[in-house]
Design a protein around this ligand. Structure first.
Ligand code: ZN
Length: 318
């Protein structure tokens, strides 16, 4: 399923002035969903599923090339094992490869022991394939909630020095409404971790994510750009994220839930909304603002504050 990049998408890059923003791809298959019952919920069935991830990721790589940018690809270990050449190519072409767990399970549904093993398995595959340090982590479904803060010392013990798992707003799976919005240092018993929260904007006094995933598919381009400008005006880099399937309107479909199941039906609708227009919006965003890897952004962005994990809660350090 090769998708050519159209002429309109490859127009010259004319970025606005503003800080470098992070561009992230959560590198997983089209069926790695949460909250939708499907024949692929069980990892034992994954080998039987059709695959779109390589072709869709190649489209994202071409869009980044056109914008003269590199991104951070948070990779599911199982995907890396199935498609090693894709991961080698990402590393070779200067993208950052980060970790998105091996089996794509929510952190707050795992025990610390399960999390430890899953993280170790994923890092072993990615470090072997790239031959590079893999030290950035994003939890599946942004599932580092307050009750899962036990994961941070485990991450640090495995060499993770940057975490981008938290959306500082209310969400379905993860999200912490009062989490800091700026990059900060988190002190753990195993050493420091830099936390770079996903971008949110303020609408009617509420924090709303705008720059990735379903929000990017749902929101008009003007609102997305407004969100970046709000963060830049406050001296903060933005962070955008997307899944490869979100620019592919021809992907296979999961089974539609029965209509009487309103919750899953809404989830299903959200999972597939605006697949046909997201690629155009993404290309415009990449042309309008400046993007790089998480590592590049954190090497120059202001780090605001130090926090510690006293008694399992985030506490501002002196
Ligand atoms: Zn994911």
């Amino acid at each position: 399923m090769i998708q050519a990049v159209s002429q309109a998408e490859s127009q010259p890059v004319t970025p606005e002035r503003g800080p470098l923003n992070a561009f992230c791809v959560d590198l997983e298959e089209w069926f790695h969903s949460f909250g939708i019952r499907s024949r692929y919920n069980d990892p034992q069935t994954w080998d039987d599923a059709p695959s779109c991830v390589v072709a869709d990721t190649e489209v994202l790589m071409r869009l980044l090339d056109d914008a003269g940018a590199r991104g951070t690809f948070l990779t599911v270990g199982w995907v890396a094992k199935k498609h090693p050449d894709l991961i080698r190519r990402l590393a070779r072409e200067g993208h950052e490869v980060g970790c998105h767990s091996y089996w794509h399970r929510l952190v707050f549904e795992m025990t610390p022991e399960e999390f430890d093993r899953d993280l170790a398995d994923c890092l072993a595959v990615l470090r072997d394939l790239t031959g590079q340090p893999v030290d950035t982590y994003r939890a599946p479904g942004f599932s580092v909630k307050t009750e899962a803060f036990w994961c941070y010392p485990i991450m640090r013990r495995h060499g993770i020095t940057t975490d981008i798992s938290v959306v500082p707003a209310q969400r379905d799976h993860g999200g912490i409404a009062n989490f800091p919005r700026d990059p900060f240092v988190l002190e753990t018993s195993e050493g420091d971790i830099r936390c770079f929260p996903v971008s949110v904007m303020t609408i009617l006094g509420r924090r709303i994510p705008f720059s990735g995933g379903g929000y990017m598919r749902l929101f008009p381009q003007s609102l997305i750009h407004r969100g970046f400008r709000e963060n830049h005006a406050q001296g903060r880099p933005g962070m955008s994220y997307i899944h490869p399937r979100e620019i592919n309107p021809d992907q296979p479909r999961l089974e539609r839930p029965p209509l009487w199941n309103a919750k899953e039906s809404v989830k299903y609708l959200k999972y597939y909304i605006n697949l046909g227009t997201t690629r155009r919006k993404l290309a415009a965003m990449l042309r309008t603002f400046r993007f790089g890897t998480v590592r590049e952004v954190l090497s120059i962005a202001p780090i605001r504050g130090r926090y510690s994990l006293a008694n399992g809660t985030l506490t501002h350090s002196a």
